[in-house]
Design a protein around this ligand. Structure first.
Ligand code: ADP
Ligand code: GN1
Ligand code: MG
Length: 370
């Protein structure tokens, strides 16, 4: 895990960007697991101007230059689509702030990579759905995001993390982590390892169909956690999809599934009391309804029928990623306490087990809504 950046290096980064007003303060911000995010406050004529400053995680995103090319191109494209629809492109998409030399990012003297976005004010990020309406709105937003990018030239996108949602590869990595077991942790979590191994057959459920050409490759977000949407505090509506680092060609089922695993759970991703964790079918239904509306009839019958599998597989995949990271010493997902990645893996597996119990209801809901 990289060191927390020093105030001097943060100042160096801040000074590289074209900002309105004089920088006053930078404060750690948000609950992301990957990048180091700061709220940057500037002041101009007695007025505050806010930005999001991020140190990109270059041990995960190996090519920050290509990544920022994706983000700049996608957000420029989204600005155009949003303007044409009569929306507000300063608030409904991320906006990249350039450096004084016109670049999308700044590499500091210690080789950290930094970027700045306009801060989207009067918004909140939800760690948990407050109502079915929140999930319905996020479904409309994530389905709509995919729709807005339907004609984006996918072959111009860099693959920022190869095989990101290729579940069989994730399964191989997981088995490797179990075999390596560098910290000797595996024997304490044999039940969780067995749970994961018992579901090997499922891992190919989507990738096989993709390889056979039975599922369409689309431009997808690939990290559709509820806290990657900003909700407008006034209208309470989903306003802006953020965290565009993994926008790449993918399956619509990845975007559907990843929101369900986080947003339709009855508890937090790292809840230790597993009796609190299950799939909330009413939230699942609300999201499915919103997502189908957001996709505006573009999903094929096969994609629609596989939505429950998307939910189960994304939850399972995240579980094996958390468990593998726990085994190798928490090198990928940020932790704030010992054992947090194990707790995260356990919630995901509990959810998978609950989905298996509720499979019939999950498929009935999709049939009824589609
Ligand atoms: P990570 O990849 O680490 O998850 P994100 O890009 O999702 O990082 O950002 C972390 C958090 O910062 C978000 O969950 C959100 O709370 C906040 N955030 C990010 N971008 C903006 C923005 N443009 N305006 C307001 N808040 C933002
Ligand atoms: C990470 O960046 P963030 O916190 O929104 C991860 C996702 C996981 C998620 C689990 C690039 O998302 O894939 O589903 O944590 N992002 C990356 O909470 O690996
Ligand atoms: Mg995020």
């Amino acid at each position: 895990m990289p060191q927390i950046p020093s105030p001097e290096i943060i100042d160096e980064a801040v000074n590289a960007f074209c900002l309105k007003g004089a920088p006053k303060n930078t404060l750690p911000y948000g609950n992301g697991h990957i990048n180091d995010t700061f709220l940057l406050i500037c002041e101009e004529g007695g007025k505050e101007k806010k930005y999001i400053l991020q140190r990109m995680n270059t041990s995960i995103f190996k090519n920050p230059c290509a990544l920022m090319e994706n983000v700049a191109n996608v957000t420029t494209y989204l600005r155009k689509v949003i303007s044409e629809k009569g929306g507000n492109p300063d608030r409904e998409t991320l906006n990249v702030v350039k450096t004084k030399s016109g670049e999308n990012y700044y590499e500091d003297s210690l080789h950290n990579f930094w970027r700045v976005f306009l801060f989207i004010d009067d918004t909140v990020c939800l760690e948990k759905a407050e109502s079915g309406q929140d999930l319905y709105d996020s479904g409309v937003a994530f389905g709509g995001f995919q729709q807005m990018l339907a004609d984006y030239p996918a072959d111009t996108l860099h693959e920022t993390i190869p095989l990101f949602h290729h579940t069989p590869s994730r399964f191989r990595d997981f088995k490797q982590a179990v075999a390596d077991d560098p910290l000797g942790r595996a024997h304490q979590v044999q039940a969780e390892i067995d749970f994961a191994l018992a579901r090997e057959a499922d891992t190919r459920a989507l990738t096989d169909l993709l390889e056979k050409g039975e599922l369409p490759l689309r431009v997808t977000h690939n990290d559709t956690k509820l806290n990657n949407i900003l909700f407008d505090v006034k209208t309470k509506k989903a306003l802006c999809i953020i965290d565009l680092d993994t926008v790449m060609p993918g399956l619509s089922l990845y975007d559907f599934g990843d929101t369900i695993r986080f947003g339709a759970s009855t508890g937090a991703e790292d809840e230790r009391d597993l009796s609190k964790i299950g799939l909330d079918l009413s939230l699942y239904e609300a999201f499915t309804d919103g997502f189908l509306k957001g996709c505006a009839g573009s999903l094929t019958p096969q994609e629609t029928a596989l939505l429950p599998m998307g939910a189960k597989l994304m939850t399972y995949e995240c579980g094996i990623r958390f468990l593998a990271d726990y085994l190798v010493g928490d090198v990928y997902f940020k932790i704030h306490r010992e054992g947090q990645n194990l707790d995260r893996a356990r919630t995901q597996f509990k959810l998978v087990a609950d989905m298996e119990k509720k499979w019939r209801e999950m498929t009935d809901i999709v049939s009824r809504l589609s």
